[in-house]
Design a protein around this ligand. Structure first.
Ligand code: SF4
Length: 361
């Protein structure tokens, strides 16, 4: 079986090595016995996977939107019960309803794949053209689940990330979002020959003063949910299985901004073009980190920060920081995570949709 480093594990390693050491499936593999609060952001992402499902993109809103709401509630229902459940469900429902109203004013693409799993062989820095392996011969892979792969009016591919935020993020933070760039790299490694132009950061802001504003017209002038259709009967539209058109494609503008940002109500879209060097360089960066993570002597020091407030290991971390043994905390509050929990499949993630045929991986 291959050795997989997921995007979430890599993010945890870079954020705080102590948190990574306690929670990683390759390390102590612990999870809290008590469930955390309902993950509204995850439920919103599940709902948006239905909203942008390529096979239903050209369907009428009256059919699709009830399915989107149902996906949100199903995602919430699948999570373990918790104290704040009702409050969080109300918050998530309001957020989702606002999104459904406002997204058409910003959507200027067509969806190709949603919640799509990609995985790439981590390159061996010491030998060009070879992948990293463990001493027992297992391959080392980097894997991620991409929220949405979209195509714009110029038939260019973009990796879209949905993020529920309490306030807009600094654009420098988005420029430096190398997890998103790694997603572009992993996509291109999975589907050789498909170049991704960059990343679209779809921020959904939770703020009371965003409520009550009238939604503007759709970004593309297309009625209903806006965007560009999957299929057009004439006029050079995309069709199955061709995503990039031979004819009828508009000329790309001569001067292209690296960062384009548009805000509409509680949604902000930041489109960032990534350079070839930026995307291609991710392989070497992931390889360097993988080698560190595989080193049994890697230091697992804590890195306190804003993320501590949502850390599942705050109690044993405090105990360790006081120089005490956390064994009692760990035994009472945590258990070993079940190995090999299946990842739920999703329509539109792997094929069978009208999003077109991808090259074989
Ligand atoms: S509480 Fe903070 S410093 Fe401690 S493990 Fe968690 S993220 Fe790291």
């Amino acid at each position: 079986m291959d050795y997989r480093i997921t995007a979430a594990e890599r993010a945890s390693y870079k954020r705080c090595r102590r948190q990574w050491d306690l929670g990683s499936v390759h390390r102590r593999n612990l999870e809290p016995v008590e469930p955390g609060p309902v993950d509204v952001a995850s439920a919103v992402r599940d709902a948006l996977a239905v909203y942008y499902y390529p096979g239903m993109w050209d369907w009428q809103s009256a059919i699709v939107l009830p399915l989107v709401r149902k996906a949100f509630m199903r995602s919430i229902a699948e999570q373990p019960p918790s104290l704040q459940r009702t409050t969080n469900v109300d918050l998530g429902t309001a957020l989702l309803e606002r999104y459904l109203e406002w997204a058409p004013s910003l959507d200027d693409f067509g969806p190709i794949r949603i919640a799509h799993e990609v995985e790439a062989l981590v390159p061996d820095p010491s030998e060009t053209g070879r992948g990293l392996h463990l001493p027992d011969g297992r391959r080392i892979l980097y894997s991620d689940r991409i929220d949405l792969l979209a195509i714009d009016v110029y038939d260019v591919y973009w990796v879209v990330r949905h993020q529920v935020v309490s306030d807009w993020q600094d654009v420098r933070r988005l420029l430096l979002d190398e997890e998103a760039v790694a997603a572009c790299w992993a996509w291109e490694q999975t589907y050789l020959g498909m170049d991704v132009a960059g990343t679209i950061h779809n921020e959904i802001r939770v703020r009371a003063d965003d409520l009550g504003l009238p939604p503007p017209a759709t970004a593309t002038g297309r009625a209903g949910r806006g965007g560009y259709p999957q299929h057009e009967a004439s006029g050079g539209g995309r069709s199955i299985p061709q995503q990039q058109r031979q004819f009828g494609r508009p000329e790309a503008p001569a001067a292209i901004e690296r960062v384009e940002q548009r805000t509409s109500g509680m949604i902000r879209r930041t489109r960032i073009r990534r350079t070839r060097q930026e995307i291609n360089g991710m392989g070497a960066l992931i390889a360097a980190e993988a080698l560190e993570m595989l080193d049994p002597a890697v230091a697992t020091y804590p890195t306190p920060g804003a993320w501590c407030s949502s850390c599942a290991f705050d109690v044993p971390c405090l105990t360790m920081s006081e120089g005490e043994d956390p064994a009692l905390d760990l035994a009472a509050r945590y258990r070993t995570r079940a190995v090999g929990s299946p990842v739920t499949g999703r329509l539109g993630a792997a094929g069978g949709s009208r999003g077109g045929v991808l090259p074989p991986s």
